[in-house]
Design a protein around this ligand. Structure first.
Ligand SMILES: [Zn+2]
Length: 548
């Protein structure tokens, strides 16, 4: 029996363990390898089988008196999440709301990326999971049928984007993975082939049986949308106000972009012209994967060295956040892979490379700070090592998008304030990242609440894509894929900008309140060591901070 620092920690720990059993995919993602041979249950249940346990946990927590401040925070954060979970019992939702960026079959495929491949047992786990895929797919299809019979179906647009994603996995991705692991392992290769056949079958079923009965409506509607925003950020927003603020921010950032653009190309007639000019400027191009990896590693190493001890404290155990290549994904955006709880797997900035040899740097610098240091790595790895003060839940699956993505976007702004974008090309890269997050407020809310676009018609995929291209300078394919993402993942896209706003506000409030005794390093250390929580809570907690 593990020893816990308090009864509250013990209750939360039991909850975490039970939730991993219920959701083995998340367990693998969290680096918990004991669940690596089993899968989540995709059968339709009118009542969530885990609900009873969640309610029981909440009741137990409510009875316990915190023994100290850490206990108090743990109780509060987990109770908040449990209440949101219990309140979100629209079980149809998970069966009618999935798309290209967010569907069970993509989750199933991508979990293999996080599974270790070192020992015989590791490989056997991969084989066991692969062999269960045909059964899993049948389960999912029959759930979709059950729910459709009850009158709930997905939208045509989301299903079409999901089919495209799933078809890509069926088209050799499983076999490629199996061959990368061990081309001589016959059982593995056979299981990979069967997984691909199962994915092909599900695509055919979706295309010919399911799609024709789907709806044309992509919008979540106000009630559901606000629930999603609450889940992702812990904020109750006034959507109209946020939408207006999104438009203002887009305008403000675009004006700023113009100023910088004129420094780069004084006679430019459009911002896109400037970004195309930079894309072809040798000064901002690196040839060769190894050279690019070195460039990125230097960025995070230097940030750790120069900011550590001044802007925040970095524990030596988490000082490094190096590049790891991802050669399987089709999505070119870099992302962050957190360390495992015991740090045996360190945190990495993941760089997708799909046969690419030339890399542009001007628009990559800000993003790399976002993904690694001072961004996601600084926040997530810091909470991972707070073993004495945060529960395993707070260090792992309790991650809150408003807090975490807000921190990462705030980190980019922090680097701007600290003078890391003196080169106007890097600064334009930073501003584009800012513009994209501001535009997300407009199009995510606009699409899901069916507001009018700048032409006066209800927002559509086309008008939203065009808006992204113009205001955030995205390439047409990328803009389209972003819009597909918002439609299948409503309410998440606003968490970046809303989160950054709260981080900036609480920093300002603390400065005003504490005057000369405000210390930026202490502020960051304190806020990061609190661990993830909803943004309303974070604001509330920081108001109580005494500056120590
Ligand atoms: Zn991020």
């Amino acid at each position: 029996m593990a020893k816990h620092r308090s009864k509250i920690f013990e209750i939360i720990n039991d909850y975490s363990e039970a939730s991993f059993e219920y959701d083995p995919i998340s367990a693998t993602m969290a680096g918990k390898n004991e669940y690596n041979s089993i899968w989540n249950d995709y059968t339709y249940h009118p009542v969530d089988p885990f609900l009873k346990f969640a309610k029981k946990t909440l009741a137990k927590l409510e009875k316990e008196e915190p023994t100290d401040r850490y206990d108090e925070i743990a109780k509060m954060v987990v109770s908040d999440d449990l209440k949101r979970y219990i309140d979100d019992q629209d079980m149809f939702h998970y069966y009618v709301y999935w798309g290209g960026h967010f569907n069970p079959l993509s989750d199933i495929f991508s979990v293999f990326e996080s599974m270790p491949r070192e020992t015989k047992e590791d490989i056997l786990n991969i084989v066991k999971r692969l062999e269960k895929i045909p059964k899993l797919v049948t389960e999912w299809i029959s759930s979709l049928k059950d729910v459709a019979e009850l009158g709930a179906v997905n939208s045509k647009f989301r299903v079409t984007t999901a089919i495209n994603a799933i078809e890509n996995f069926a088209d050799g991705q499983f076999l490629k993975m199996a061959n990368d692991i061990d081309p001589t392992n016959k059982r593995l290769i056979k299981a990979a082939k069967h997984a691909e056949i199962a994915y092909e079958e599900v695509c055919a079923w979706l295309k010919y049986k399911y799609l024709p009965i789907c709806t044309d409506k992509n919008a979540l509607g106000k009630e559901r949308y606000l629930k999603e925003v609450q889940l992702y950020t812990g904020l109750t927003i006034d959507p109209e106000q946020v939408y207006k603020w999104g438009l203002q921010e887009t305008e403000r950032i675009n004006n700023e972009m113009w100023k910088v653009a004129k420094e780069i190309l004084p006679n430019a007639e459009s911002l896109i012209e400037v970004s195309q000019y930079l894309a072809n400027d040798e000064k901002y191009i690196i040839v060769g994967v190894d050279n690019y990896v070195k460039f990125l590693n230097d960025l995070s190493d230097n940030a750790a060295k120069e900011l550590g001890g001044k802007v925040f404290s970095i524990n030596p155990k988490i000082k490094k956040c190096t590049v790891k290549l991802d050669k399987s994904t089709l999505d070119p955006s870099p992302y962050y892979l957190p360390p495992s709880d015991d740090l045996s797997r360190p945190g990495h900035g993941i760089l997708p490379v799909i046969g690419q040899e030339k890399f542009s740097t001007w628009d990559a610098v800000s993003t790399w700070y976002h993904e690694t240091i001072p961004g996601h790595h600084m926040q997530i790895a810091t909470s991972v090592i707070q073993k004495d003060t945060l529960t395993a839940y707070q260090r792992g699956e309790g991650w809150n998008s408003g807090y975490g993505e807000g921190w990462a976007l705030y980190s980019e702004t922090l680097m701007d304030e600290l003078g890391y974008f003196k080169d106007p090309a890097y600064r334009l890269g930073y501003l584009i990242c800012q513009a994209m997050r501001a535009v997300r407020l407009v199009v995510d809310i606009g699409l899901h609440l069916e507001y009018d676009d700048p032409e006066g018609n209800v927002w559509t995929v086309e008008s939203a894509t065009k808006f992204m291209e113009e205001k955030a300078l995205l390439q047409p394919d990328y803009a389209r894929s972003e819009i597909e993402r918002y439609i299948s993942w409503g309410g998440q896209a606003v968490s970046y900008k809303l989160g950054e706003k709260v981080w900036l506000q609480i920093r300002e409030e603390s400065k005003q309140r504490l005057g000369d005794s405000f210390d930026i390093k202490k502020f960051h250390n304190y806020a990061l060591k609190l661990g993830p929580m909803g943004l309303d809570r974070l604001r509330h907690e920081l108001l109580k901070w005494n500056g120590k």
